[in-house]
Structures are given as C-alpha cells and as structure tokens.
Design a binder for this molecule. Structure first.
Ligand code: SF4
Length: 391
C-alpha cells in the first residue's frame, strides 16, 4: 500500500488525525474561516479517544540520562475532578480515571523497586485517588526501606500527617502544593477550591511529619489580577514563613499561558506578568523565600506554540538551529510573516499580539476546532463565563 493510501486508512481510525488530509481557509485578515477534510470520505471531526481500563502508565526505561534520572514513575490518576479553568491536564484528559490499586499500582511499584530505589507517583491530582490512603499504608512496609519516594504536587487539603510521615520515612525532604495565588478572588476565578487555612495546615503537617521544605506553585497574569492580588500573595507567603518557622519555603511561579481545550483558551498572556514576576521576587527573596520564577520569555514561546496553527510550522523550521531565545522566535516569525507561502489562500501569519496577548472573541474559529476533546467548545465557554462573570 502506498503512503498516501495508508494515511487515508489511518484517518478513518477513531482518534487518528492526519493533518495533510485537512485544509484550512483564511479570510483576507488572515483569520481562520474553517478547516475541512479534503474529501468526503475523511471524517470531519477527530474525536479524542479515552483509555478506560483499570491500569494507567508507568516508566518502561529507567536511565540516569533522563530529565528525572533513575526514577520509576507511575501514573496514579489521569485528569482531575477539580477543573481549574486553565488546567490542560484536567480538561483534556477528562473523565477523571484512577489505576486500580491491586492490578495497576501495586504491581507497578513492585516492578520498579526491583530496578531502582527511586519511585515517583504521578498524576494531576494523585491524593484524590480513592485508595490513596491504602497505597500509603502499603508503602510503609519494611520491605520498602531504602526507597526514595517522590510525589507530584498534591492538593493542600489532602496533606495529612500520615502522608508527610511516610514521605519522610521514604527519604523525601519536601512536599509540593499548588496554590495558584494568595488572592481568594483569583483562586475563585480559576475555580481553585482552596482555603487559606488549608495551606497553613498543609505547611504544619509537612513540618510535623519531619519534612524540611514546602514547595508552592503559583501563577501571575491570571484574568482580572491586579496589584492587590499580588500583595495578597506576598502577604500569604510571608505569614506562612513566619508562622511555620524552620520549613524552607520555595515559591515556583509561572505566567499564565492559555491552552487549547480549556475554558481559558480565549484569554491571552498578560504583558504585565513580566513586571509582576519581578515584583514578587523583590518582596519574597529578601524575606528568606526561595523564589523560582519561570522565564516570562519562555512563557511567550509556549503561548505562541499553544495558540498558533499549522502556519507556525515554517517558523519552527526557521528557528531550528538558532539560539532558543524569544528573540530568535520573533525574528523567524517576522521573516515568515513577510514571506507568505501561498498568497491565494491567505496563509500569512497573524499579528504576533493577536496570537500571544489578545483576548479572542467567543465566536472566533479556533485552530483546533476540528479536534473534539472531552468537552465541546460551548461547554468550555460556559465554564469560562461562570468563572469570569460570577467573580
Ligand atoms: S487541582 Fe491541579 S490538577 Fe486539578 S484541575 Fe486544578 S490545577 Fe489541574
């Protein structure tokens, strides 16, 4: 069978997307009008498929040369029932699924521990696994002495002494919680159901359990954020530092980047985020908080990749081999923008700010409109409106 025929056969397999078999069209303002299959026998929409068995994934290659060296990583849950409005891990992977303790998690831990003492439990919201406390009890067995256990970030309200003591016993020094913001208003907007008391309780349990550090994740540039919200973040972290002395606090903060198939996909990157990152550092660093901002420029590159369409392919090609900086991406973008490939089909790149910073109209045709995720665009818009209008 020839390659072209193979691609056509593959395109009919549910969940398989063959971009070459779809043709976008743009108007004279370089805005997307529609994306259609090139022939009537190719499906109009590609519907994301969902794995529904009671096992999830785990590492198959353990090597010192990976991003997380020598760790056997085990996926505990997929998606997250919390539905924070920016969260791709939650929305794109719905529904929330969990690996069975007996058939999935226990065999995966046993298998990994034969090869390495470093075990990582992963997932968008691992402590919400209904059998998580059973898993913790099982991991206390003497058989696992010498294990170094790491967890992905957990919901603050699920941190308890049982968990922090196990982490300490399994050679972990810290636990990570995502607070997003110290401002209750912002947490409401992003649908983060987290009370300030829960953050303080998590810190207290971390210390009582014997851990020496607490890592918190946050974001700047979230919708409606203003200076007062930032002040509340600073104030929360400073009082945490004061009240729970002896616990090393790290605040990792990134800039909000819109992601496809989430309710915030229409919202752009706030250019004020850059200054806000600097301002947080100014107040937190001198007060003994380990401040770890993600590069604002890197967030802009992420947003470019996140909200562009196939027209970006030529930019990616052009930037290849250049220094991986925002300057290189901007330069390549400009070059390609000034040299459209196909004048007849208006494939000129849209304006930079339109992709990165502007808020998109709800009626706008999205580059991923032919890819059907777990929720429809209308449902995502409802979640967007609930967040923004009710707060
Ligand atoms: S709690 Fe964390 S994983 Fe769950 S939706 Fe919110 S950000 Fe995503």
């Amino acid at each position: 069978m020839k390659r072209k025929e193979k691609l056509r056969v593959l395109a009919k397999v549910p969940g398989v997307y063959v971009p070459i078999l779809y043709k976008p069209s743009y108007n004279s303002n370089n805005e997307l009008i529609e994306i259609q299959p090139i022939d009537g026998d190719i499906p109009k929409k590609i519907v994301k498929q969902t794995w529904r068995q009671n096992t999830l994934s785990h590492s198959t290659v353990i090597t010192p040369d990976s991003a997380w060296p020598n760790i056997h990583m085990i996926e505990i849950v997929r998606s997250c029932p919390e539905l924070c409005r920016f969260c791709l891990a939650s929305y794109l992977n719905l529904p929330f699924r969990k690996a069975s303790l007996k058939e999935g998690l226990i065999p995966a831990v046993e298998k990994g521990f034969e090869i390495t003492n470093r075990i990582g439990l992963l997932g968008a919201s691992i402590t919400q696994h209904p059998e998580f406390s059973e898993l913790i009890t099982w991991l206390k067995k003497d058989h696992f002495d010498g294990m170094r256990l790491s967890l992905s970030s957990v919901r603050a309200s699920t941190v308890n002494p049982n968990l922090t003591k196990l982490l300490y016993r399994r050679n972990s020094k810290s636990i990570t919680i995502a607070i997003e913001s110290g401002s209750k208003k912002i947490r409401n907007i992003v649908n983060k159901k987290l009370a300030e008391e829960e953050i303080f309780a998590a810190a207290k349990y971390a210390k009582e359990g014997g851990l020496s550090a607490l890592k918190l994740y946050g974001m700047v540039g979230l919708p409606t954020e203003n200076d007062k919200d930032l002040e509340e973040t600073v104030s929360l972290l400073l009082s945490l530092k004061k009240q729970i002395s002896g616990l090393r606090l790290t605040f990792g903060v990134s800039t909000f980047v819109p992601k496809a198939h989430t309710p915030f996909q229409w919202i752009g990157v706030n250019p004020k985020a850059k200054k806000r990152l600097q301002s947080l550092g100014k107040y937190l660093k001198p007060n003994g908080i380990n401040f770890r901002p993600e590069s604002y420029n890197w967030s802009i590159i992420q947003a470019l990749i996140s909200r562009s369409d196939r027209r970006l392919a030529r930019v990616i090609e052009a930037v290849r081999g250049a220094e991986n900086t925002l300057g290189s991406w901007k330069k390549a973008y400009k070059e390609i923008q000034n040299n459209p490939h196909d004048f007849i089909h208006n494939d000129k790149l849209p304006l930079w700010d339109e992709v990165i910073h502007n808020e998109w109209n709800s009626k706008r045709k999205l580059p991923w409109m032919h890819l059907q995720g777990p929720l429809t665009s209308e449902q995502l818009r409802e979640h967007h409106n609930q967040s923004i209008q009710n707060n």
